[in-house]
Design a binder for this molecule. Structure first.
Ligand SMILES: [Zn+2]
Ligand SMILES: [Zn+2]
Length: 445
């Protein structure tokens, strides 16, 4: 039994090593990918306005032999490469940049300014590294097109607009991404950041980041003179009780160890010290990792808010409006486990680590919600030397969205291409049936 397990492990590793992209495959496409990176970095475009960016990507992918469709969900692009029978695997890059003034001092720093949707003059910078994601995807596309004897199935590359406004993924889905084109068996994406040195990748099995919900509450009272509380119902006192009671959700209702945050970020009520106002408004942010915990917290907020108003004899029920929210990105655990070994074979065992979930939101979750198992992993972007210095000094390197965010391009971009090819080749050597069986637990999270 032990012997056969060992043999199986040995043969899997041999397969992973055989499929690992060779350094010379990467070097052949690297100069073009790097040139594209520098071009994109110097010509960033805001969310929903990525026209030149999309045109550049579409042209490169067409010349690599892909069947490219433009203007999917706005400026989005879909590029397909069919290579016999097998699964369909989707790789996604974002297209958009941010209204940030670049202060890196790099020779290729962005100097672009434009008008935003509100007509304001704003600077533009690829401060989230989406330019590096695009360059990696184009490099990967070329490697995959040149090595069709190493995989089978359909490769589906997408350039998604407006990730920073959490609207582009939804826009592409509504424009028929999975009906006019193909519904993939697995969706893959990566994100570069300074939390990891360039040359490394990190995998987070299960929940990758948080569910985020915004809730507005209006408590209705009865206005009156500050000296005559018996003629009024004071919404400020109800709000005060409500805020404290809401803090008992995480401390008393949620199972210890589960992640839940309830923050009342603002409270507005009243105009003058001797007037009891007739309403009080507050705004909440709610963060959770798990869907069932999220439901429990949102239900508790509603129950407590209504009950506190009723307890005080409020003339009407409070308004409780969850006006926006995004789901956490969920990494299929079986996929994460499967893809660790090809990444280790390609990059080296010590270059692949397991990481904790992070807090920012991301709209890759919209693809996963369509029932597509996802693999979203982190790509190291930090200059390894600066990373070590910062770690020793206990400081942090500039994060994504900072005017100083500057990935260490050469190792990060090379590693990005290497990692994407390793992941795609592994998945595009499986059968559709095998991937379905592997990810069958997906819907139960
Ligand atoms: Zn971002
Ligand atoms: Zn980003």
């Amino acid at each position: 039994m032990i012997r056969s397990k060992l043999l199986l492990f040995a043969s899997l590793s041999a397969v992973a090593l055989a499929q690992a992209p060779a350094a010379k495959e990467i070097e052949k496409v690297y100069p073009d990918a790097r040139a594209l990176y520098l071009d994109l970095h110097q010509n960033p475009e805001l969310s929903g306005h990525e026209t030149q960016t999309a045109t550049k990507l579409a042209a490169r992918l067409r010349s690599s032999g892909y069947d490219v469709t433009e203007h999917v969900g706005g400026t989005g692009i879909v590029a397909l490469l069919k290579n016999g029978t097998g699964p369909t695997i989707m790789l996604r890059t974002e297209l958009d940049a941010l209204p940030v003034e670049e202060k890196t001092g790099l020779p290729y720093a962005s100097k672009v300014r434009t008008k935003d949707d509100a007509g304001r003059d704003v600077p533009v910078m690829h401060a989230c590294g989406h330019d590096l994601h695009m360059a990696a995807l184009v490099g990967t596309a070329e490697v995959m097109a040149r090595s069709k004897d190493t995989w089978h199935g359909t490769l589906m590359l997408i350039g998604q607009p407006a990730e920073e406004t959490i609207s582009g993924a939804d826009g592409m889905i509504h424009d028929g991404l999975f009906t006019r084109f193909l519904k993939p068996d697995v969706a893959v994406a990566l994100h570069v950041g300074n939390e990891l040195p360039a040359g490394m990748v990190a995998i987070t099995p299960g929940t990758y980041n948080t569910n985020a919900d915004s809730v507005r509450i209006v408590i209705y009272g009865k206005g009156g003179h500050g000296a005559s509380p018996h003629t009024a119902v004071d919404p400020i006192v109800i709000a005060a009780r409500t805020i404290l009671a809401l803090q008992t959700i995480t401390s008393r209702e949620i199972k210890p160890g589960e992640m839940a945050v309830v923050t009342v970020g603002y409270i507005h009520a009243g105009t003058k010290n001797n007037i009891i106002p007739d309403q009080a408004e507050m705004g909440l942010t709610v963060r959770t990792f798990k869907q069932d915990v999220r439901k429990q917290v949102l239900a508790a907020i509603t129950r407590i808010t209504k009950a506190e108003a009723a307890a005080a004899g409020a003339p009407r029920e409070p308004l409780i409006d969850r006006y926006e929210g995004t789901d956490a990105v969920y990494n299929d655990p079986a996929l994460a486990q499967r893809l660790r070994s090809p990444l280790e074979a390609a990059l080296g065992k010590d270059k692949v680590v397991i990481a904790e979930p992070i807090t920012p939101s991301e709209d890759f979750s919209y693809f996963v919600e369509q029932g597509i198992p996802g693999f979203y992993f982190s790509l190291g972007g930090a200059d390894p030397e600066k990373f070590a210095q910062a770690k020793a000094a206990g400081t942090m390197l500039p994060s994504n969205h900072s005017p100083l965010f500057a990935p260490d391009v050469d190792p990060a971009l090379r590693t990005g291409i290497m990692a994407e090819v390793a992941v795609l080749r592994n998945l595009l050597n499986a059968s559709t049936e095998e991937l379905r069986k592997l990810t069958a637990e997906q819907s139960s999270h």
